[in-house]
Design a protein around this ligand. Structure first.
Ligand SMILES: NC(=O)c1ccc[n+]([C@@H]2O[C@H](COP(=O)([O-])OP(=O)(O)OC[C@H]3O[C@@H](n4cnc5c(N)ncnc54)[C@H](OP(=O)(O)O)[C@@H]3O)[C@@H](O)[C@H]2O)c1
Length: 316
């Protein structure tokens, strides 16, 4: 099987590379190509087509995206090119060649009103350009597959939230600031689920590849893919610093020195959803129907192991 991974240098791309290189998932003979910005600029459709046609993948993993949420407000065309047009090109290739396509989206497709967990079939209503571009990408993929007559072609769009891995993210920013400052102020009225990139990559591969290394016949569609539980940004900051202290990292700010504030006191160029909670029942059912483990780990256990690893590798 041939696997093409776009976005090799991002948090999720690096998680895929680590897992696939270590062959932690499946046996079998695989030809895997990892592509970054230097090899293929996703804002140019032609470059994507060339990369796909040259390698002829059976599985396309799109871990790349325009993820600069605030900057997107000023760079709408670029955000849409990378987050909507590029996945549409990949989806069309998958449809025409009977390939499997894994793509990633975000809680920012929702407006975050209400307090319930979002299900996949609730209407999207993104607040900012980034969310709008990701929603347009979802729609373009769905439309491409609506016309699929190749029975082998299938796709999964995994919506994640608050992703962290090898790269810059909220947890690493907070840990750096908590080492430098006596006090921190963190938003406590936006709720969601921190998602470990390694967990997300592993779960994606589990859904689409069997133990013999063959592509599975999973149901195409959008899946909410986050660990169990929920928290606020403040809850996450509090927990990450607590774990760092437990594993021996000296922090200037922790516990009560991390003050909860409302989002209104921390205005940003792009509005964020207040409620990013997403129900994962659909994904759990799909995994269960395939005879796979469908119980998701709690977010705080995953953050504990992430922060512990950061400390071990002297990255805090
Ligand atoms: N991060 C989050 O909190 C979050 C939350 C919800 C959903 N998601 C979704 O999860 C997925 C993975 O996110 P992530 O956190 O891994 O993102 P990330 O760390 O920002 O990585 C994105 C990757 O995309 C690449 N890229 C951007 N523009 C490109 C272009 N024009 N051509 C080629 N490559 C380009 C970047 O390349 P360079 O390394 O060269 O810049 C980077 O390696 C994305 O679909 C994202 O929308 C993320």
């Amino acid at each position: 099987m041939k696997i093409l991974v776009f976005g090799k240098d991002g948090q999720l791309g690096r998680a895929f590379k680590k897992l696939l290189d270590a062959a932690l998932f499946f046996t079998g003979d695989h030809d895997i190509r990892y592509v970054g910005r230097a090899e293929c600029d996703l804002s140019h459709s032609l470059e994507i087509e060339v990369a796909l046609n040259a390698f002829q993948p059976d599985l396309i993993i799109n871990a790349a995206a325009y993820t600069a949420v605030d900057k997107a407000e000023q760079e709408s065309d670029l955000a849409f090119a990378i987050n909507a047009t590029a996945p549409a090109v990949m989806a069309r290739y998958a449809v025409n060649h009977g390939a499997t396509f894994l793509h990633y989206s975000t809680d920012y497709v929702f407006d975050g009103s209400g307090v319930d967990f979002y299900s996949e079939n609730q209407p999207v209503n993104p607040l900012g350009v980034y969310g709008k571009s990701k929603a347009a990408g979802e729609l373009a993929i769905e439309e491409a597959f609506d016309h699929a007559d190749n029975f082998k072609a299938r796709y999964a769009i995994f919506r994640a939230s608050w992703v962290y891995g090898m790269g810059s993210n909220f947890i690493r920013t907070i840990l750096r600031l908590a080492k430098e400052r006596e006090e921190l102020r963190v938003i406590n009225d936006q709720f969601g689920v921190p998602t470990d990139a390694t967990w997300l990559a592993k779960m994606s591969l589990t859904l689409c590849i069997d133990e013999q290394g063959r592509l599975r016949d999973f149901p195409s569609g959008i899946y909410h893919a986050v660990p169990a539980g929920e928290t606020s940004w403040h809850g996450l900051a509090h927990w990450a610093t607590q774990v760092a202290i437990e594993v021996g990292v000296a922090m200037k700010a922790s516990g009560k020195a991390i003050s909860p504030i409302p989002a209104t006191e921390y205005p940003l160029p792009a509005p964020r959803p207040m409620n990013s909670r997403m129900s994962t029942l659909k994904l759990q059912k799909a995994l269960k129907d395939l005879g796979l483990v469908s119980k998701f780990p709690e977010w705080d256990a995953l953050v504990r192991s992430y922060v512990t690893d950061l400390a071990k590798n002297k990255l805090i």
